[in-house]
Design a protein around this ligand. Structure first.
Ligand code: GCW
Length: 679
């Protein structure tokens, strides 16, 4: 059944003509099993599985001799590969070459790399070509990831609830670990390896100290054993106060030698069980989590103490810049920069600061985070959300590729034009070797892993962009569609259309023109722009939109919070003036009157209403497109998406109606002419 379990690794039979063509280049598999490289063995298994599924034939498997049409897997030191003088030198430990070559007079396809994991990545790339119906002769491909850490952050709790997870329980079955290693862990690793993801933070950043106790270390080690051949390292979120909770120390002050000693011993204990443990992710002094500031120490003091504990083992510390702990009545968007900018250059060399794409919190649209480009002396990694906390959770069809691309291609102007966020995080702008991207996973125990078929695309595009932050969202959408629904051009163009519109649609029906954080408190699902009574100012939607009788928007210019000053001068100047601020960000930076003239010739109020209404009709368009390809999609996946689009349609309308009714009441204005009143 097409229940979505196979993700983009479906390996369904190819059309007979293509099968016949491909069989000539996939006649046998050759790799030296005696070398016991576990990653190459997994690569071989995957190719066998893929060829059996797609070509409908078991492929003979030789460990020694090359035959015509063989696929040869090996690392650079394999004698036959060595003899080919492939350009492996510049591809690092994870890159690969796929080359159609001749060995002993026989035409073969070589997949070569400097490591077994590179061979595995190359194998998935070859399989992908087959899946997409592309020929596999005449190949000369080489690829290598641009980022070093390509990680999923699981916000999974030890009781198997998942914070902001909408796809069922946590896939980590802690009770049955370490003994029972669910086959799902292997499939998880295969899916991740197929898109180049090389690390998983197993537990929620709102961490419980328990995850660092001996029983849980053994469980994490069992997962690490499953993941290792797939090139995936295990990381853990560390609770700052663990030395108090587990070690019975009086303090967690990072400058207290007993604290440093406790962490060192803890790191040694973990590395004894997991020799390739990746390191710790830390949320400190944020949303009530403990941290070094509790002891009047800085984030750098905290990060560096932990960094010293994992350093001898080659581990890293990913220290999050998502902070808002102190009362910050003026502008929550400023706090990360305020706390971190001054620490630039003061972090140990195995620390990387993890920054969300925007300064508030994973909204449908935010301008890029001002820390990107502002900390040249510190490696920064991107944190995206793959799960759709603020974008309709499981059911709304929202492809996040355009959101990621917009953030990555934003120009920080840190070193003049072209200083994109992508160049900040790939290390090229300021010459950092430690680079990375983390995605808050959307994975759970649901049969389809991600809660919907289209949510799988967000996991997929995250992997692609972590491998290459300059990847095109639209290209990736097409690739994903071909893998997920088969390479039918009509399906692909329709699905790509739906996907590329979907992000703009959700922005329009939830938070157009730079509005933010108007979701219902706590759950973050439906509209609640009217909420104003919560204890902390920045918990209230009214804090973000600041709508009143005269106008709407958050003044972040000099007359307001002056958050614009956190950007490089060129960008700051652009955002400081409503005329040069892109309209999509207008109300993020400016409080403007309801009659403010927009580029379209409409007033702000008319424009706002038009965006809400457009969002609703964009969902209807997506739904119509989906219906147009019904005969080309299997019934099971068709129906689920069809129903979800109906939910999204109803809720887009709800968002539009609720927000417009509220803003009409605040502004004292009737709905603009032509706008239907709320149903
Ligand atoms: O996105 C917000 C969420 C919290 C989350 C926090 C964070 C893990 O609403 O649930 O906590 O940000 O990123 O730390």
């Amino acid at each position: 059944a097409e229940d979505g379990y196979d993700l983009w690794l479906r390996y369904r039979p190819l059309p007979a003509g293509i099968q016949a063509r491909d069989r000539a280049q996939a006649a046998a598999l050759v790799y030296d099993v005696d070398r016991h490289d576990q990653s190459i063995i997994k690569a071989g298994e995957e190719i066998e599985r893929a060829l059996a599924g797609m070509l409908g034939a078991q492929v003979p498997n030789y460990s020694q001799s090359v035959v015509p049409g063989a696929i040869l897997l090996g690392t650079a030191d394999e004698p036959r590969i060595k003899a080919l003088n492939l350009p492996l030198g510049s591809l690092g430990s994870e890159g690969y070459v796929i080359r159609s070559a001749t060995i002993d007079g026989k035409a073969v396809t070589v997949i070569a790399a400097n490591s077994g994991v590179g061979v595995l990545y190359g194998s998935f790339a070859l399989i992908e070509r087959l899946q997409r119906g592309l020929p596999i002769d005449g190949l000369d491909i080489s690829a290598a990831p641009k980022l070093k850490l390509r990680l999923l952050d699981h916000w999974d709790n030890l009781d198997r609830t998942v914070e902001r997870g909408y796809a069922g329980q946590s896939i980590w079955d802690w009770w049955k670990l370490p003994d029972f290693k669910s086959p799902r862990y292997t499939d998880y690793a295969r899916a991740n390896a197929s898109i180049g993801i090389n690390g998983a933070v197993l537990n929620n950043v709102n961490a419980k100290a328990d995850s660092l106790t001996a029983p849980y270390i053994v469980k994490a080690a069992a997962l690490a054993d499953v993941f290792r051949p797939y090139g995936i390292k295990v990381y853990l979120s560390a609770r700052w106060s663990a030395p108090i909770e587990l070690g019975h120390l009086k303090t967690a002050d990072p400058l207290d030698p007993a604290v440093a000693t406790w962490w060192k011993a803890k790191a040694d204990e973990i590395y004894a069980a997991i020799p390739d443990f990746g390191g710790f992710l830390v949320k400190a002094n944020s949303e009530g989590q403990p941290g070094p500031q509790d002891y009047h120490r800085s984030h750098a003091d905290g990060a560096n103490m932990l960094a010293a504990a994992v350093k001898p083992h080659g581990g890293v510390i990913m220290w999050r810049a998502f902070v808002y702990a102190q009362e910050n009545p003026e502008d929550r968007a400023k706090q990360a920069y305020d706390d971190f900018k001054a620490l630039d250059g003061r972090f140990a060399d195995n620390v990387i600061v993890q920054v969300k794409n925007g300064a508030i919190d994973f909204q449908p649209r935010e301008p890029f985070h001002p820390l990107f480009g502002a900390m040249p002396g510190t490696p920064l990694m991107m944190e995206f959300q793959i799960t759709k906390e603020y974008l309709g959770m499981a059911t709304h069809l929202v492809y996040l590729g355009p959101l990621y691309e917009e953030a990555l291609q934003a120009d920080t102007w840190a070193h003049g034009k072209g200083s994109t966020v992508a160049k900040v995080i790939d290390g090229s702008l300021d010459h950092h070797a430690l680079t990375g991207m983390a995605g808050v996973a959307n994975i759970g125990s649901d049969r389809d892993w991600a809660g919907s078929t289209f949510n799988q695309a967000n996991w997929f595009v995250f992997g692609r962009m972590a491998w290459n932050p300059d990847a095109s969202a639209k290209t990736v959408a097409g690739e994903w569609s071909e893998l997920t629904f088969g390479p039918n051009p009509q399906v692909t163009s329709t699905v790509v259309d739906m996907m590329t519109t979907s992000r703009e649609a959700v922005v329009n029906y939830m938070e157009p023109l730079g509005l933010a954080h108007m979701m219902g408190t706590g759950h973050h699902y439906g509209p609640a722009p009217w909420v104003h009574e919560l204890a902390r100012p920045e918990w209230n939607p009214v804090y973000y939109h600041k709508a009143d009788a005269t106008g709407i928007g958050f003044d972040r210019t000099k007359t307001g919070s002056n958050a614009v000053a956190q950007y490089a001068p060129h960008v700051a100047a652009m955002f400081a003036d409503p005329k040069t601020t892109p309209e999509r960000n207008l109300l993020w930076f400016h409080h403007v009157g309801w009659d403010y003239p927009m580029a379209s010739g409409r007033t702000l109020w008319e424009e706002l209403a038009a965006h809400y209404t457009l969002g609703v009709s964009q969902v209807a368009d997506m739904h119509g497109k989906w219906r147009s390809i019904q005969p080309l999609i299997d019934p099971e996946r068709y129906a689920k998406t069809d129903i979800f689009l109906s939910i999204q349609q109803r809720e887009a309308q709800w968002w539009r109606d609720a927000c417009l009714a509220y803003f009409a009441s605040v502004s004292g204005r009737p709905l603009p002419a032509g706008e239907a009143p709320p149903a």
